[in-house]
Design a protein around this ligand. Structure first.
Ligand code: SF4
Length: 426
């Protein structure tokens, strides 16, 4: 049997797509092997969001050629889309399949190898505690620093009933949490008249029965509307966690980034969420080192984030991406300055997480048991807090009711009070 190994770089969407490629290869009679094993075909699902991801993608392609001189090396993903020509010139690469053809990658590889194959219905994933469903692709926002619209193209939404089927299949296979992911999920339905993310969520919550929860991927600030908040308040199956990129707390920088909101809007949004949905967890992306970012701009960002009730921050450094508006802009803060700003934000993030976990002590949460770590179990609350459990007799994939009895820097300590179903009393 012809063997294939898939290597994935980048975001959750890339991970979901690699999972689909693996299922398609398997359905066509290939044997999907672990990336640590030698394979006849090596597929690299590349990323190009920063110059570092570019470098890592190319280095992996070269390493695979060195390690597996006889293998067919296939590059797909975002670097294979925006850097197609340069990847085709790499002697190490046999096939380059841009994002637009990614869904047919297994078919194209089979064709290239002269292997007759046809797609069969994908088998249900077994025993996974969390599943990911890609509901949308593409972005048309063109933030000044972002290469994603060039790599992913126009907004395309998955047909609603297909999403229902995928979520139902995952819940049926035992997944108790399904993450709805995409490149810009807040624009779900922009290409489907009468549809938007809220209507999709309503359909899912109506059509998919069972004890499970839905978690939303990243949502842009202007897309967290009353609909999402209302559903999150009304239905406990919708995780009380929102990842809302801020990028900068300086109105001047936000305008230059082509981000269509200001710091007052963002502050009002997060404070409003904290009032409307008790215990909600908000996490944010923030970028340092954007062209022209002054010490004053950074201070505005830091002060805003320090004042907001956030669970965590994802801190990124500006990386000039070819073809984006900001790529040619000069006046970049120096590397030492960027390092200092990142460090300050990461320290703030650690303090915020510790504060959030401390505030949850005494409360009762539903925890998805995920893995055994040594003698203990670890799981995740709907607010995206890791919880350590000493209880015996637990299983991966169980949704249990837990009283939070302690707090550490990165995780809470919990005690199971109910193993089946929800028990508010605890
Ligand atoms: S919304 Fe902006 S940052 Fe997000 S993918 Fe689109 S262009 Fe990139």
């Amino acid at each position: 049997m012809t063997t294939v190994a898939l290597y994935t770089l980048g975001c959750k969407v890339n991970q979901v797509e690699s999972g689909k490629m693996a299922a398609d290869f398997a359905a066509r009679g290939f044997q999907v092997v672990d990336p640590s094993e030698p394979a006849d075909i090596c597929v690299v699902n590349t990323c190009t969001v920063t110059h570092v991801s570019d470098r890592k993608s190319r280095a992996l392609l070269r390493r695979l050629r060195r390690r597996h001189p006889q293998a067919v090396v296939v590059a797909t993903g975002c670097l294979a889309t925006v850097g197609q020509a340069s990847l085709r010139e790499m002697a190490e690469v046999d096939m380059v399949v841009p994002n637009a053809d990614k869904e047919r990658l297994a078919e194209l590889v089979a064709g290239r190898l002269g292997i007759a194959s046809r797609a069969a219905p994908a088998a249900r994933p077994a025993g996974r505690t969390r599943g990911f469903v890609k509901v949308q692709d593409g972005c048309e926002s063109h933030c000044a620093y972002c290469i994603v619209p060039l790599a992913r193209g126009r907004v395309r939404s998955a047909p609603p009933l297909e999403v229902v089927e995928e979520v139902r299949a995952l819940v049926g296979a035992g997944c108790r949490e399904v993450v709805l992911t995409g490149i810009h999920i807040g624009t779900y339905g922009a290409d489907l008249p009468g549809w938007d993310l809220v209507r999709l969520l309503e359909l899912l919550l109506e059509r998919v029965q069972g004890d499970y929860r839905l978690r939303l991927g990243s949502l842009e600030p202007l897309e967290v509307g009353e609909g999402v908040v209302g559903l999150m308040s009304a239905d406990a199956r919708l995780c009380r966690h929102l990842h809302i990129p801020l990028q900068s707390g300086s109105d001047r920088v936000l305008r230059r980034m082509n981000r269509r909101y200001d710091r007052a809007f963002y502050r009002g949004l997060v404070e409003g969420l904290a009032c409307s949905i008790p215990g909600i967890a908000v996490t944010a992306d923030v970028m340092v080192g954007f062209p022209g970012e002054t010490e004053r701009d950074f201070a505005d960002t830091f002060e805003l984030l320090r004042a907001l009730p956030l669970l965590d921050l994802h801190v990124f450094r500006f990386s000039p991406r070819p073809g984006t508006a900001a790529a040619e802009w000069g006046d970049l803060p120096g590397p030492a300055e960027c390092a200092r700003r990142s460090r300050q934000l990461l320290e703030l993030a650690a303090d915020k997480k510790a504060d959030f976990i401390r505030a949850s002590v005494g409360g009762v949460e539903r925890v998805l048991v995920e893995e055994r770590v040594g003698e203990r179990w670890e799981g995740l609350t709907d607010t995206y807090v890791r919880v350590v459990l000493d209880d015996d007799g637990l299983e991966a994939g169980q949704l249990v009711t837990v009283r939070i009895v302690g707090a550490a820097q990165e995780a809470a300590q919990g005690k199971v009070v109910c193993r089946d179903g929800w028990s508010a009393g605890g």
